[in-house]
Write a protein that binds this ligand. Structure first.
Ligand SMILES: [Zn+2]
Length: 512
């Protein structure tokens, strides 16, 4: 009895406080209150969203729109009083600048119908307005090229499509259910997205598509009409990224599945279809990828050179105005720093907002930044910024509100994030997924073993809308964006003020 009491007493006196100290995050609840008040009552998300969508337009990498977007971001962050606001040339990639100047497509026979459409990025122009019969081209394998060789010069070509409209019984928008969130909190094997391997059906389809593009260029067709998406919503995309040997690729237009399907069915029934198409695109030199930064510099004598980063990609596709993908993330990041600035916050570490360029072409902006300042993921060489890096939080899953965060397999941060999320549990932010999530800019940091994270977000309309002509301001849910800005500000604040930096993933033997 006596012995047990002594053990208990010793435990209470020495061990328990040590455990509590090591696990307690000392959440500054007063600050959490202020962040919520400022972010939910004085929010600027509508203004920022307007600035980055309607005002600047789409922000395709290398386009005039991207330049307008980064200049808007620089000006806005300066007006907000952020420090060290700057546009930084991140690096060069092999691509052209490209702007769409005019797009028009209509069926003129057997009757008139105009179509919503969007050119594929980095494809060329028609020679003025092209009028004529539409030629139906059905290429399922390389053997089919022979059927059309020499017959397509100057023609309006409609490429056959395997995708048909299918009635959907899914809701237009959705939030994550408790059941789905519970499933996400369960660990699973590493789910790093499988790349199409050479020889598999996805890779074969890409390879055939590239060959079709080359064929259309070499046949000098007037314009190619593609099936560009479901729900009368045209999906934008495109390759290649530049003129080849000074020659513009043939003009290519994406039509919605319904418009494409109508023309395809008429042609299959032997009805002659005539169209009028005019596309004007301009190519110009623009190989440089840019990032935009702003910050609140740290105030602690020792810790001020350490940096917590919050970020999202500024570039978008060109069909809509890149609202959900990813003006929404940029708006949230700028608003998060605005909240802290409005509260006269003096973080110990520097908090830096980063708006990346070139994400859609391969995370170029964030990877250039990480390679220059933090380290090389291949050679494992470390740069001076590596030891000063105190965490990165990214948003790039549309307008939906944060419901939790992915640990990115870094179990060390679980007890930390659990405590950081507690003040926001009643707002629906309560799930930790131990898993890896990919696809966007946090990978530039995660690839170096540094703590880089992406939030779990409600889907809303993301799957239906991103990369399409309907990705506009109208699809943003401002209540959700306010919620996200508040939580981002809180996470940045916590990371900037905790006693030590967020833990990186432990190094494995052999540098794995
Ligand atoms: Zn994105």
């Amino acid at each position: 009895m006596k012995q047990k009491n002594l053990t208990t007493a010793l435990f209470m006196m020495f061990i328990m406080p040590a455990i509590l100290l090591s696990q307690s995050e000392n959440i500054d609840l007063e600050m959490m209150y202020k962040i919520k008040q400022e972010g939910l009552k004085n929010s600027q998300v509508e203004n920022f969203a307007y600035g980055l969508t309607d005002l600047t337009g789409p922000r395709l990498t290398g386009s005039s729109g991207f330049r307008r977007g980064m200049e808007w971001a620089e000006k806005t962050m300066k007006e907000l009083g952020f420090q060290n606001v700057r546009i930084e040339a991140a690096g060069d990639i092999e691509m052209s600048g490209w702007d769409n100047l005019k797009t028009y497509a209509a069926m003129t026979a057997p009757y008139y119908a105009n179509f919503a459409c969007n050119p594929m990025a980095w494809t060329g122009s028609t020679n003025g307005a092209v009028r004529g019969g539409v030629v139906y081209v059905d290429i399922r394998s390389e053997a089919d090229f022979a059927k059309y060789r020499g017959a397509l010069a100057g023609k309006i070509v409609l490429l056959s499509s395997l995708q048909q409209y299918e009635v959907s019984f899914e809701p237009l928008a959705s939030r994550l259910s408790s059941e789905q969130l519970r499933a996400m909190s369960a660990s699973r094997a590493n789910m790093q997205a499988a790349r199409p391997q050479a020889g598999n059906p996805a890779a074969q389809a890409i390879e055939l598509r590239n060959k079709i593009n080359e064929f259309m260029n070499s046949e000098k067709v007037a314009v190619v009409l593609n099936n560009g998406g479901m729900f009368n919503v045209v999906r934008s995309a495109g390759r290649p990224y530049r003129k080849t040997a000074g020659v513009e690729p043939v003009a290519q237009l994406n039509l919605a599945v319904e418009a494409h399907g109508r023309i395809e069915r008429l042609l299959q029934h032997g009805v002659a279809v005539e169209m009028e198409v005019e596309i004007q695109n301009s190519f110009f030199d623009s190989p440089t990828v840019y990032n935009v930064f702003g910050e609140i510099t740290g105030t602690d004598k020792v810790l001020k050179d350490e940096v917590v980063m919050i970020g999202a990609h500024l570039d978008s596709w060109h069909g809509g105005t890149g609202a959900a993908d990813n003006a929404s993330g940029c708006v949230v990041m700028v608003e998060a720093l605005r909240i802290l600035k409005a509260l006269n916050a003096s973080p110990k570490r520097t908090i830096r907002v980063a708006l990346w360029g070139g994400e859609e072409q391969g995370l170029f902006g964030s990877r250039f930044y990480a390679n220059r300042h933090l380290g090389n993921p291949v050679t494992k060489e470390r740069k001076p910024g590596f030891d000063k890096f105190a965490g990165y939080f990214n948003m790039d899953n549309g307008t939906g509100k944060y419901r939790g965060i992915y640990l990115q397999e870094n179990d060390l941060v679980r007890p930390i994030f659990e405590q950081w999320m507690k003040p926001f549990a009643d707002m629906g932010m309560a799930t930790i997924s131990p898993n890896y999530t990919g696809g966007t800019d946090h990978l530039a940091f995660d690839n170096l073993g540094l703590p880089g994270f992406q939030f779990i977000q409600d889907g809303i309309e993301y799957g239906r809308g991103y990369h399409t002509v309907m990705d506009t301001y109208d699809r943003l849910d401002m209540t959700d964006l306010r919620h996200n800005a508040v939580i981002t500000a809180a996470f940045a604040w916590n990371a900037a003020n905790r006693h030590v930096k967020l833990p990186a993933k432990p190094a494995m033997p052999g540098g794995r």
